[in-house]
Each structure stands twice: as structure tokens, then as C-alpha cells.
Design a protein around this ligand. Sequence first.
Ligand code: HEC
Length: 223
Amino acid sequence: MNHRGRFGVAGAALALALGSAACAPSTQSANSIPAADAGVQAAPSAGPAPAPKVELAISEASFVCIRDMTPVRGFFVASLTGNLDATLAVANSATGGVYPVGSVVQLVPGEAMVKREPGFSAVTKDWEFFELDATPAGTKIRVRGTTEAVNRFGGNCLSCHIKADPAFDLICEQTHGCDPIPITPVMSRAIQKTDPRCPPTELTAEEAEAMKALAAFMRPPAN
Ligand code: HEC
């Protein structure tokens, strides 16, 4: 909705992509960190209580070295309910589909989408958005939420992802109609390879260049 300029938003996406990987621009916890309940999310609230349902317990332990997840084209998926095949079936479908509950989708260590229970949030198609800090010690949840979730540069997750073709359940990639972000596939790969939770791995020269470009890009961010 807002047209904050794709640079700003892109920088945002970028920054959080990189967040921990490269320069971690002071993650002051002052911003908007409702992570007190890292464990179980409050019940879906209001409405004519439907059938009882299992509530997904999502904690910092739910997020792991991105390369331990399952690669799909440029991004990674996992399942918190042990239903990886169902998640992969949607991820690999040329015509899209609705991701099953428990699906975790990540392009970079610093951002995740988790498919919650039906009724969790109609407007986000039951996705919960996460902004994460990945460090060698593990994962910290900086922000989690639905319509209000923003990355550390103020980019609202939903405002971008809602533009995805409805067939693809808020998944943007590069071809589903979202506004493009200037994170190239090489940059994404470099960020994935420098996830501080993963064992070190070599960057190609091209990826190393991409990391430099990202760092430069991030220099003048918010604040
Ligand atoms: C500036 C718009 C923008 C913002 C803000 C944004 N994203 Fe994205 N996001 C994208 C685009 C575009 C892609 C696809 C990039 C690609 O594949 O090259 C993407 C990719 C992703 C993916 C991989 C799956 C997919 O949709 O391709 C996840 C997961 C994700 N973003 C989560 C988040 C979360 C969580 C937030 C907020 C904390 C967020 N994003 C904020 C635009 C945005």
C-alpha cells in the first residue's frame, strides 16, 4: 500500500536477510519485539469457536540452519508437523496450492513464514511472519505476527507478499507478481551460505562479491 520506494523496502528485506549474516546493525531490542511468548502463540481469538484444533508450538528451536532445511529452487522449506512431503508437493507444484499447517518457508536466515492453523489469520492466509536473528548460538525471534509484522527496516511483510498471485499462497519468488527486490539469486545463495548457525562453507568468488554489494547496500539503512 505505501509506496515507500522500492529501495527502502528492498533495503529492508535485504537487511534482514543479511541481518546476522553480515553486518548485524545493532539489534537493539527496543523496536517491536513481542517475543515474550516464544513458545506457544495465543489462541486465534474471537469468532464462533470452531472444532478444537492442535496448536502449533513455535519456538526459537523451530528455526534451524537454513541449509538443513529442504531446498526448493532458491528457497528452503521444512515442516514443523513432520509433513514435509505435503509441503514439498505445494512448493514444487507449477500451479501453486495451499501450504499445509506447519510449513516453514525461508529465503534467508533472517525471515520466515510459518503456516499456522486454519483460522489463525484470514488476511495472511494463516501465515505467521517472523523476523529472526540467526547467530552462532542459535536463533532469536525478533518479531512475529501477521498484518503488523515488519522487518527491521520497517518493511511490512504482508504488504509485499500479498501481491503474490493468489494461486501461490503469498509466496513471491520472482515470478508470482510481487514487486521485485534487488536481492539476486546469487545474493540469496551467499546469504544462505553464511548463515551463522551452519557449519562454515566456501563462497564462490561471485557470491563473495554479492556479499560485498549487500554490505554496501545496507550501509545507509534506517536510523
Ligand atoms: C519489499 C517487499 C518485501 C518485504 C517487506 C518482505 N518480503 Fe519476503 N520476499 C519478497 C520477495 C519479492 C521475495 C522473493 C525473492 C526472490 O525469490 O528472489 C520474498 C521472499 C520471501 C520468502 C521466500 C518465499 C517467497 O515468498 O518467495 C519468505 C519466507 C519471505 N520473503 C518472508 C518475509 C518476511 C517474514 C518478511 C517480513 C519480516 C518479508 N518477507 C518482507 C518481498 C518482500
